[in-house]
Structure formats: C-alpha cells, structure tokens
Design a protein around this ligand. Structure first.
Ligand code: SAH
Length: 209
C-alpha cells in the first residue's frame, strides 16, 4: 500500500517514464534513511541524513533521472552520493555509475547498502566532485545533486558530445532552478525544468575523515 502511494505521488508530480518508475519501484528508499525519519521514507519529502545533508525528495529524484534520459549503455557520474539512493536508482538504468561525495562517512555507508542490495555496477568514491572524476571521464551522463552557482565547467569538459548533464543552479540560500544541459557537436543547449532546493556544492573534502 505504501509502495502504491509512493508510485502514485511520483506519477502525479510528472514522473511518467516507465523505466524510471520501474527503477524507483525496485529500489526501496527505506534502508537509505536511518533513525526516527525512517518512518517517513515513503513520503514525497526530503529527509535529513548524516553529516548535515539530505536525501532528496523522491519526485525530484524521479524528475532528474527522467531528464537525464539514461540508456543501458551509459556510464554515469553522480556528484553528491548523500544517502546513495539516487545512485541506486541510476544503477538500474545505466551500465555503470560512479558516485562521489566529499564526506567519506556517507560514501562508506552507501557502499554497505550497495553491497547488501547487490548493486554491483556502482563505484562510490570520496572526492571533491567539482573536479569530476578525470580518471573515468568522459561520461555519457552527469547528475549533480548539490546546488552550483553555474553549471560547473570542469564537469562540462568531462561530458561526451551528445551527453546530458542535470544540475540545480542558484545560490544555496535561495530558490534554485533545475537545469538540463545538452552538449551537442556544435555547442551547448540549456533547458530549465523547475524550481528546487538543494544543499550547496562545497569545495574540498568534509571534516569527518
Ligand atoms: N543524491 C543524494 C542526495 C545528495 S545531498 C541522495 O540520493 O541521497 C548533496 C550531497 O552533495 C551531500 O552529501 C554533500 O556532501 C555532497 N556534496 C556537496 N558538495 C560536494 C562536492 N564538491 N563534491 C562531492 N560531493 C559534494
């Protein structure tokens, strides 16, 4: 029942892509939330996780994933592992997912969940994702799940021609816009999806190492 309400909320907020809905039906959001908030795991709201961060609202995860148009052959980079939920959803749609977070604790905890769920095509790394992942670049798709003041140039460089990047853009204390960036052979196309609120993309590693 909770699962049906969860999927209904996604659809009513514009998540209509069948593959995305299927992936979100398969990946249980429950284990990604700990403590008292776990009771609210199936509600369409962002919730607090460790290191003062948040797991995104499911409908926003759905809309971002949908906008990324991931194909089964794609190599995807996610900046901002957080709980690991978004990466887990992406792992059902892509060939390989690299996810990075500046907090090593979040990366460690997410890895345990990926193992428990047998999601073997995710590599989680502690790193400052503003520099992307030069060793694994270029990527077919890049998803940034923290707010940047502009679409980060380094990440644009690590996107393949024909690639898509989805990134919340704006000041962290104000409303941000979800931007879809398409890199074509001749230039770059920008599309604006909706208003969102994300924690900021910060420089350097977190102080929990
Ligand atoms: N996608 C996550 C939610 C992300 S919250 C989920 O599904 O749960 C945003 C995350 O971005 C936080 O965990 C924060 O530590 C991380 N972050 C912020 N700036 C970063 C940076 N420069 N490099 C890597 N991660 C960063």
């Amino acid at each position: 029942m909770r699962k049906m309400q969860f999927l209904y909320a996604l659809r009513s907020k514009g998540v209509t892509d069948k593959r995305v809905l299927q992936a979100m039906e398969t990946i249980d959001r429950g284990p990604f939330i700990r403590g008292i908030f776990s009771a609210r795991a199936y509600e369409d709201m962002p919730l607090p996780i460790a290191c003062g961060q948040t797991i995104s609202q499911p409908s926003v995860v759905g809309l971002m994933t949908q906008a990324l148009k991931v194909s089964p052959r794609d190599k995807v980079l996610e900046v901002g592992t957080g709980s690991g939920y978004q990466a887990a959803v992406l792992s059902r749609l892509a060939r390989r997912v690299y996810t990075v977070d500046r907090h090593s604790r979040l990366v460690r905890e997410a890895r345990v969940l990926f193992d428990e769920m047998s999601l073997t095509n995710i590599t989680a790394i502690t790193a400052d994702g503003s520099f992307g992942l030069p060793d694994q670049a270029p990527f077919d798709r890049i998803l940034v799940t923290a707010a940047a003041e502009d679409p980060p140039g380094t990440l644009m460089e690590q996107l393949k021609p024909g690639g898509i990047m989805v990134v919340p853009v704006g000041q962290s204390d104000a409303v941000q816009h979800l931007i879809v960036v398409k890199k074509t052979e001749t230039g770059v196309e920008y599309d604006e999806l909706r208003e969102v609120r994300f924690v900021p993309l910060l420089e350097g590693l977190g102080k929990d190492t």
